[in-house]
Design a protein. Structure first.
Length: 306
């Protein structure tokens, strides 16, 4: 990646690391699925009237909205409501890196380099070390829901890579039209019906409103807009490992929010994860470079920025 794109990736990591605590704050007075539905409604409206439709066809936009929107956040927020700690959620969701690389290799024939494979494996091992401190107290169902959310995100990454948008922000806005309906229907079914949803909206706290604003305009519009742009410029195996930095920010944010203190084992795992990500992003490539490793298929002409 050029330095400009690395800076954009680091900005995404920072915003997404804070996103999990912001989601918890939003759900203090809003049910999980209703919160997700409101998130995407606010992303789409009124921006959809001013942002041009992405030039990538209808079905990729719908597929992105279902996978990266409705499924990912419906599953993630439900898991967090059922007891998934914010710090652990930020960690487990990053298994999407492995899912993304595997799915991209199968469907797009994007073969990762040896250094990328080694870095991803080391990074996942580090996340496993960090996760060990949580799993003893985390119920299994919220954990499995978060893993399913990670798989949904990975499929969305591959859809975006297969049909790269010229403007990542336009894809975020237009794909946000898809999630509100299924999320609202699920909310009405599981969270008490339309009357309960209306009551929650009418009595939302200012604190939860700020949390909802952050996950809407920070994590979704800014974060995913940049993420989609990066996926249009670089292979999935180059972009996906950046998300493994998110749990480090998420752990600090969770500590500031509700005192989730990292243990020495957690710090060790974080250091292993950082080492693995740096390796996957190109540090130490000479140790693993082989003749059959192919360079990152970055197009010579990059799409326009945000």
């Amino acid at each position: 990646m050029p330095r400009r794109d690395m800076g954009l990736a680091m900005l995404v990591v920072l915003v997404w690391g804070l996103n999990f605590v912001a989601a918890k704050i939003a759900m203090e007075s809003l049910p999980a699925l209703l919160s997700a539905a409101l998130r995407f409604t606010l992303v789409a409206l009124p921006a959809v009237f001013f942002v041009p439709r992405p030039a990538m066809g209808l079905w990729p936009v719908i597929g992105s909205g279902l996978t990266m929107g409705a499924l990912q956040f419906g599953l993630l927020y439900t898991g967090m409501t059922l007891g998934m700690p914010a710090g652990l959620a930020s960690l487990v969701l990053q298994v999407q890196t492995l899912f993304t690389v595997v799915i991209a290799a199968m469907l797009l024939r994007e073969r990762p380099t040896r250094a990328q494979v080694a870095g991803i494996v080391i990074g996942l091992a580090g996340m496993a070390v960090v996760g060990a401190q949580y799993l003893a107290m985390a119920p299994i169902l919220p954990f499995l829901l978060t893993v399913a959310a990670a798989a949904s995100w990975a499929f969305g990454n591959v859809i975006t890579r297969r049909h790269p948008p010229r403007n990542g922000f336009s894809l975020v806005v237009w794909s946000a039209l898809v999630p509100p309906v299924p999320l609202l229907l699920a909310s009405f079914w599981l969270e008490g019906g339309p009357a309960s949803a209306l009551h929650a909206i009418q009595h939302v706290s200012l604190r939860s409103a700020f949390g909802l604003a952050f996950i809407t305009y920070g994590a979704s519009m800014l974060g995913y807009g940049i993420w989609n742009l990066l996926l249009s410029r670089h292979s999935a195996a180059t972009v996906a490992p950046w998300s493994m930095f998110v749990p480090v920010i998420g752990a600090v944010a969770a500590w500031l929010y509700d005192g989730e203190l990292p243990t020495p084992l957690g710090v060790l795992g974080a250091l292993i994860t950082v080492f693995g990500v740096l390796l996957a992003l190109g540090v130490g490539n000479r140790l693993f470079r082989a003749r059959h490793d192919r360079p990152d298929p970055t197009p010579h002409t990059e799409p326009p920025g945000l």
